[in-house]
Design a protein around this ligand. Structure first.
Ligand code: ADE
Length: 224
């Protein structure tokens, strides 16, 4: 899979992709992540990529030309199944969207900044709009990092068997059960006996009932 990320602040994205699971996926050549700096597609020698909004109002808007130039160049090189704009007014990101996107061959993620992007880019190029939550970030970069992380860990071969994504929270519309490691007792709190029993079937049943209990308690909306 290949993910191209277009951003006015690509430096914000360097750390999340150079550690842990995403780094491992890149090292194993299971994903390629390419960052594109909008400034490299600027309108003029001053590096202009944004301008005041028509009609007045606070905040700058990312201009059409630099974004279009960058996307057009990518589209000349290969096909993309989706060109996704990260925006607080997009569809709320969830596990089933991550599952679906992880099957893509090539996608583009476009990060907004300041007041956002010129509406005509949305009209002409964007195939999906994604929000990571009902709050406003300074830009789409952190949202792009989150979406990328959620997708990449689902690509077959990225996680080992022992850390399979199939047992994640949300994968079956349930929250994951509690987990414990050594010591067997900590500050008077004991690991549930069943987990020490070695009885595989009882352990599975306990995990399922804990998942159901926690989901009912914390996220009853998932059970509907
Ligand atoms: N850009 C700014 N806020 C955002 C959000 N909540 N989700 C996705 N992109 C954003």
């Amino acid at each position: 899979m290949r993910i191209d990320i277009i951003s006015a602040q690509p430096n914000l994205l360097e750390s999340p992709f150079n550690h842990s699971i995403v780094k491992r996926a890149k090292d194993k050549k299971l994903v390629e992540i390419h960052l594109h700096h909008l400034k490299d597609y600027a309108l003029n020698q001053y590096g202009q990529i944004d301008d005041y909004q028509y009609g007045g109002g606070a905040g700058m808007v990312l201009m059409c030309e630099p974004i279009a130039k960058c996307i057009d160049q990518l589209l000349e090189e290969r096909n993309y199944s989706d060109i996704i704009y990260l925006t607080p007014d997009g569809a709320l990101f969830n596990q089933s969207m991550a599952n679906q996107l992880s099957l893509s061959e090539n996608i583009i993620l476009l990060c907004g900044h300041y007041k956002g992007i010129d509406q005509r880019i949305r009209d002409l190029y964007i195939t999906k709009e994604i929000s990571i939550g009902s709050y406003v970030l300074s830009g789409g970069e952190l949202a792009a990092a989150i979406v990328t992380d959620a997708i990449v860990r689902l690509i077959p071969g990225v996680l080992g068997n022992e850390e399979s994504a199939l047992t994640d929270s949300f994968q079956d519309e349930l929250l994951a059960p509690p987990v414990y490691t050594r010591p067997a007792e900590f500050k008077g709190l004991k690991v549930p006996d069943v987990l020490l029993s070695g009885h595989f079937k009882n352990i599975e049943e306990w995990r399922m009932s804990e998942s159901e209990r926690l989901t009912k308690e914390k996220r009853p909306d998932l059970l509907k």
